[in-house]
Design a protein around this ligand. Structure first.
Ligand code: ATP
Length: 435
């Protein structure tokens, strides 16, 4: 396995157009990033793979897309207005601010190195505030959502009723969330604007423990099925003193990032906390009516909460490899074909018009099904290296023989093995391999 540093990935991301610093031409805004042509494909593919496994392939989960701005009462009821805080300390010497629980040494300032200069911790609320409408008054105060989950809870009854759902069932959502993190960093690992993929799974209280275990296993499998290295993944159960205010049990899926083990996804047993709170604050009875038992009760909820941008970052790190081929270093991004931004690159061996025309025809044929790239610049060797570096699983090269025999050379990113394939069969050749 190649040792990867944060800089290696950040440089590759920038050089190849995966991720750019937001507002870069103005010096950049800290902790916000823009996804370039390759990054947006990779991120979309990660979200698509999640949606497919969590919604499309399941009979018991439906989707939702709720608003980012919701009534302030939602965040009062959920507890976020009161307790969605992190402990912040400020260095009296250099005025840098830090999240206390993320400091390596709680007494030493990482910026100026001075000891014993921190103020008493102050609980800092992470929600971004703004105003709805033209008047900046307290009554018009709203928050940008810090998680997608609450949009699901407040729509629980709408979704259940309109889709005639019976327990157990889940509601899934992908979307942007915002947290005014005290210490953002490690590239796109912790940003103030990011995307989440969350699912709330509602079940009978007595079945909650079983479903919790089920989802731990299912979520670990999702990363493994998309090719993540097994030794770089682990499940870590939270200790009782680490649990959030709503949770009776939580485990994190952790990935071994360049700086060590850190969270990819949290899977929590939220009990009936949220539905109870929203019932109390809204006055709407959100209990479930079980016809067979003639009983009304609050369902319990298991929540797998993943970060789309964070998972994308982890897949980039995990796929990165450097290897020596014929005394040269080859960088290759071994992304699962389902995640790769481009599924194939079409390369005419030379810039001769008849070859370019042929390559364009092949590319146009494949484009209807997959994201492909036609690349006509530079030597063939350099073009292969570029495609390896951005994770393209197959290169399809047309040469002068192709004009005669109607076949192209298909090169596999990982093995570098080449197959001669009839051009009218290239699509089915790729179809079989792009699982
Ligand atoms: P932490 O304790 O590290 O601040 P958290 O445990 O509060 O994070 P959750 O509320 O469980 O995080 O969020 C679920 C998932 O959303 C996380 O596992 C992560 O993948 C993603 N996520 C949370 N905050 C951020 C962020 N600031 N930037 C990018 N992704 C994030």
């Amino acid at each position: 396995m190649t040792e990867v540093t944060l800089d290696t990935i950040a440089n590759l991301a920038k050089k190849r157009g995966f991720v750019f610093q937001s507002s870069e031409i103005y010096g950049g805004i800290r902790s916000a990033y823009d996804y370039g042509p390759l990054g947006v494909e990779l991120l979309r593919n990660v979200k698509e793979a999640w949606w497919r496994s969590m919604v499309q392939e399941r009979a018991d989960v439906v989707g939702l897309d709720s608003a980012i701005i919701q009534a302030r009462e939602v965040w009062r009821a959920s507890g976020h207005e009161e307790v969605f805080t992190d402990p912040m300390v400020e260095c009296r010497n250099c005025n840098s601010r830090f999240r206390l629980d993320k400091l390596d040494d709680p007494d030493q300032c990482p910026t100026c190195g001075k000891r014993g200069q921190f103020t008493e911790p102050h609980e800092f609320n992470l929600m971004f505030r703004t105003h709805m409408g033209p008047v900046e008054s307290d009554e018009n105060l709203v928050y940008l959502r810090p998680e997608t989950a609450q949009g699901i809870f407040v729509n629980y009854e709408n979704v259940r009723r309109t889709n005639r759902l019976k327990l157990p069932f889940g509601i899934a959502q992908i979307g942007k969330s915002f947290r005014n993190e005290i210490t953002p960093g490690q590239f796109v690992f912790r940003t103030r604007e990011f995307e989440q993929m969350e699912m709330e799974f509602f079940c009978a209280p007595e079945e909650a423990d079983e479903w919790f275990t089920y989802w731990l296993d299912a979520r670990m499998r999702w990363y493994l099925d998309l090719g993540m290295t097994e030794e770089s993944l682990r499940l870590r159960h939270h200790d009782a003193d680490e649990l959030s205010h709503y949770s009776s049990g939580t485990a994190d899926v952790e990935y071994h990032f360049p700086w060590g083990w850190d969270e990819l996804e949290g899977i929590a047993n939220r009990t009936d906390y949220d539905l109870r709170q929203h019932t109390e604050f809204s006055g709407e009875d959100l209990r479930y009516y079980d016809q067979e038992k003639n009983e009304r009760f609050f369902p319990h909820v298991i929540e797998p909460a993943a970060g789309a941008t964070r998972a994308t970052f982890a897949f980039l790190i995990d796929g990165y490899a450097e290897e020596t081929v014929n005394d040269e270093t080859r960088t290759v991004l071994r992304l699962h074909p389902r995640l790769a931004p481009y599924k194939a690159a079409i390369l005419p061996l030379s810039k001769k018009p008849e070859l370019i025309e042929l390559a364009e025809r092949v590319a146009d044929g494949l484009r209807k099904r997959w994201m492909v790239e036609l690349d006509v610049t530079q030597s063939i060797g350099r073009r292969y290296r570029r495609q390896d570096e951005i994770g393209t699983p197959y290169c399809v090269t047309v040469d002068f023989d192709s004009l005669e025999d109607g076949a192209a050379t298909v090169r596999d990113r990982d093995t570098m093995a080449q197959d001669r394939v009839s051009m009218d069969k290239v699509a089915s050749y790729l179809e079989e391999r792009l699982v």
